[in-house]
Design a protein around this ligand. Structure first.
Ligand code: XMP
Length: 305
């Protein structure tokens, strides 16, 4: 466990010392890691920091509004609406790693433009310890680790939470008095809902996944999962009224974990599962089935792609 009483002032002091009078940028994702990194950096250098939130269109329900609210104390916050550009770049792409790559590249393009505009010399990142391990091990191309620094010519990269595990980052968030929602929020992957719709990313699938994820997060809150999510995993036959339909299959997943590297599928009571099923099929008439994923990690991953 991290000793927040010493970690926080030490982190602020070392950020201030490193960046000095220069300008810095940070990409806010809505997750706890970048939120904590941004809050520490803002304490250290104030409006010399430009936090940039790129709305990729792959975010959770209500995410953009929440970001504006949580970070309203940062006058330099920029919110970029890039949804159309991401969807266009992803059109027709089905390969999971290709999707990740395209999202990473588009993100860099958006962010680079803002970094130049903000005249930033330093990049602050919310990279945490497990991100580094998984990336170094080559398990997946986490876009918040690869890419960015190579493209923009920054003088330095500052990663204030690079040695912390997720639960430690949450402790720091609480210590900083960050909005409870941010501090307790489940992790959300950098490529967002794109890894929760198998195959091509379309607006229709995203809407199903976004609404279903919202239901699942709400309904499973009391189970205190490390992550609870829903994914659009294919199509199957169903019946609506008198008609057979070919609708979406939504898979619900809820796992316990310490750091995301391994995970256990949670046992959920039947009534709750049925309520989830009924809300998801009820809110979207193109959903034919809801299934519950009982697979641990390994052999499955937490996300679907
Ligand atoms: P997996 O699916 O690999 O996920 O078991 C482990 C943890 O990492 C998150 N995740 C990602 N986070 N960029 C991220 O920033 C990514 O590309 C990415 N893929 C997975 C996932 O949500 C889980 O918490």
């Amino acid at each position: 466990m991290v000793d927040t009483d010493t970690f926080v002032p030490d982190a602020i002091e070392s950020i201030a010392a490193e960046i000095g009078d220069a300008n810095a940028v940070i990409a806010l994702s809505g997750g706890v890691d970048s939120s904590v990194a941004a809050a520490l950096a803002y304490e250290a250098i104030g409006d010399q920091l430009t936090p940039v939130y790129v709305d990729t269109g792959l975010m959770r329900k209500g995410e953009t509004a929440q970001i504006r609210e949580t970070f309203s104390f940062m006058e330099s916050l920029r919110v970029i609406d890039a949804k159309d550009r991401f969807l266009e770049a992803l059109a027709g792409v089905t390969d999971p790693e290709e999707k990740r790559k395209i999202i990473g590249e588009q993100f860099i393009r958006e962010f680079e433009r803002e970094a130049r505009d903000a005249d930033a010399d330093y990049l602050v990142q919310g990279t945490i310890y497990p991100d580094r391990i998984e990336s170094e091990g080559g398990i997946k191309s986490h876009h918040n680790v690869g890419g960015l620094p190579e493209v923009v010519d920054f003088e330095g990269i500052v990663e204030p939470v690079r040695d912390l595990y997720k639960d430690e980052v949450r402790e720091v968030a609480r210590h900083l008095g960050l909005d409870e929602l941010v501090a307790e929020r489940m992790p959300f992957p950098g490529p967002g809902l794109a890894v929760r719709v198998i195959g091509e990313v379309t607006e229709e699938k995203l809407e199903v996944a976004r609404d279903a994820c919202h239901v699942v997060e709400e309904e499973l809150e009391e189970y205190e999962p490390w992550q609870a999510l829903a994914a659009v995993i294919g199509k199957a036959t169903g019946v609506k009224g008198d008609n057979r339909v070919h609708g979406w299959v939504v898979s619900v997943r809820s796992v316990e974990s310490r750091d995301g590297m391994t995970a256990r599928a949670q046992e959920i009571d039947w009534e709750t599962l049925q309520r989830i099923q009924s809300r998801i099929t009820g809110q979207n008439e193109n959903v034919a089935r809801v299934v519950y994923d009982v697979t641990h990690k390994p052999p499955a991953t937490i996300e679907y792609e």
